[in-house]
Design a protein around this ligand. Structure first.
Ligand SMILES: [Zn+2]
Length: 506
């Protein structure tokens, strides 16, 4: 999710020093911190051809916080109005012929926040369960599924059994891993909220300054190789990079969840119809457009993954996707361009409720003492909580190498939630029946994400049995797109095996 409430006021520095406070207003402050020198339209031609970009840096900064302990906070974020995330917006000048040669490969990469892998197979419930049949789009061949357009893409192309997210299974680390192909310890976005002890700053989702964002996003890789890119609401696409080549040529401006889907779709199709301004000032059809859509995650947080609200959100986002893809196909039809649609998600969603909770009741303490306390809590929690030091974190999380990881982390079992202070919690909120959350271990089935791809370069595996569909990691997506578009990738954690599983010619 993209919201201002993750980590509100809850992250603290646990080394006995002063508490870090990320109050509710911090994100707005973060938004105001955006470099006001960024122009409202990008100046073409400042691509630093003579100075190749530096290799992706590895973040070596040690954070101090009680990371996973705030999983439950996400449950409330769906209600919160979204905040300003970026400053500049690029519109193409008056229409002129798109100059690039037709027949090129194009990639439309769409991320559906919180779309769990198994939602693809979710079917309409009987009308008695409350789903209005008229609300669900359908095709004759695929009449009862909630996501017929997405299923059609899968049927024509490629579907992974699931896309394994990175840990923590949060929105920002996972979007940055998808778009850079790197694990969080390398790209540095280790959570939606984290503390950087060298910068002495707490990152949250309003921080768009380059110093927090490592790795080389796809739009940067492609742009420095002369390709043209655009992004619509993809987390991090609005980062105020000092070097022009790191940005997409066009993006949507500040994230605004209240912007109608029709408006979003119209803008993206227009990028394909009219082109975006390249580094030579010419209008070009973008090689890559990365798009983010949020409604399924919001419904999952508010009502839980098994809710009618999630079913409606699946149907809604599928309709948006169907309109978008058909519009883009139409825009490219006269050019004989080869459109490749990749639909992914960042993580799944697990049901939580008021019954399954563990109180941490943690107070300030030195790391060693805090770990002992959390180990005691874990011991009394019948296996539903695990406490970690930096050294004891799982190797497979690929987080230990980041100094932004807290000295002590606490992780709840899937479906369980952590409460900092039970008394304060009881006083501040009413009991609720059920809702949803993510952030849990990335190998948990409920955290599994989506990967569907349709285009002439993708293998077709619609006829394969589900147990023969491959599992991909989300760090593979970057390498897949680079290979598809013939671009030289930056260092990343993707595998050539995954590329070979997905692409025909790899
Ligand atoms: Zn998310």
């Amino acid at each position: 999710m993209r919201s201002q409430r993750d980590g509100r006021g809850r992250y603290q520095k646990w080394d006995g020093a002063s508490a870090l406070r990320a109050e509710d207003g911090d994100l707005e402050n973060g938004a105001r911190d955006i470099d006001a020198s960024i122009p409202s339209t990008e100046t073409p031609g400042d691509f630093p051809e003579s100075s190749p970009p530096p290799p992706p840096r590895r973040w070596l900064l040690w954070g101090k916080r009680i990371g996973r302990a705030a999983l439950w906070l996400g449950a409330f974020t769906g209600l919160i109005a979204l905040f300003v995330l970026a400053l500049f917006r690029l519109f193409p000048p008056a229409a002129s012929p798109v100059s690039k040669e037709p027949g090129a490969k194009r990639v439309l990469l769409v991320s559906l926040d919180g779309f769990r892998a198994d939602y693809l197979d979710r079917q309409e419930r009987p009308p008695t369960a409350g789903v209005r049949r008229a609300s669900v789009s359908r095709t004759a061949a695929d009449s009862t599924y909630l996501a017929p357009n997405l299923r059609q893409l899968a049927a024509r192309g490629f579907r992974a059994a699931y896309l394994e997210p990175v840990f923590p299974t949060k929105t920002f680390p996972n979007h940055q891993s998808i778009i850079t192909g790197q694990y969080p310890e390398s790209h540095g976005v280790v959570d939606n909220v984290f503390y950087d002890p060298v910068l002495n700053e707490t990152f949250n989702m309003g921080h768009l300054e380059e110093r927090f964002w490592g790795g080389e996003p796809l739009w940067a890789t492609l742009r420095r190789q002369g390709r043209v890119t655009a992004a619509y609401d993809w987390p991090g696409s609005e980062v105020t990079y000092r070097q022009t080549w790191k940005r997409p040529h066009a993006h949507a401006g500040p994230f605004n969840a209240s912007r109608p889907y029709a408006e979003r779709v119209r803008q993206i199709i227009e990028w394909y119809e009219r082109g975006v301004v390249d580094d030579q000032g010419k209008l070009q059809v973008p090689d890559l457009v990365a798009v983010y859509l949020e409604p399924v995650d919001h419904a999952g947080h508010l009502y839980g993954p098994d809710s009618l609200a999630v079913s409606m959100a699946i149907a809604e986002v599928d309709q948006v996707l169907g309109t978008l893809v058909s519009g883009v196909r139409q825009a490219l039809a006269s050019r004989a361009d080869r459109l490749h649609v990749i639909v992914v998600s960042d993580h799944g969603m697990a049901a939580v409720d008021d019954q399954r909770r563990v109180a941490l009741n943690a107070t300030h303490a030195a790391a060693a003492e805090l770990y002992q306390r959390m180990a005691q809590v874990a011991k009394g929690a019948a296996g539903h909580v695990r406490a970690y030091t930096q050294d004891s974190m799982e190797e497979r999380w690929h987080l230990k190498g980041s100094r932004r990881v807290a000295p002590v982390s606490v992780l709840a079992s899937t479906g369980w939630r952590l409460v900092y202070d039970e008394d304060a919690e009881a006083a501040s909120r009413q009991p609720r029946h059920a809702w949803g959350d993510h952030g849990y271990d990335n190998i948990e089935p409920k955290m599994r994400a989506l990967f569907v791809a349709d285009g002439p370069t993708f293998r077709r595996n619609a006829g394969d049995a589900p147990d023969r569909q491959p599992v991909l990691r989300n760090v593979d997506v970057y390498e897949i797109v680079c290979t598809l578009l013939g671009a030289q990738p930056a260092p990343n954690n993707g595998s050539r095996d995954a590329v070979a599983q997905v692409l025909r010619s790899a």
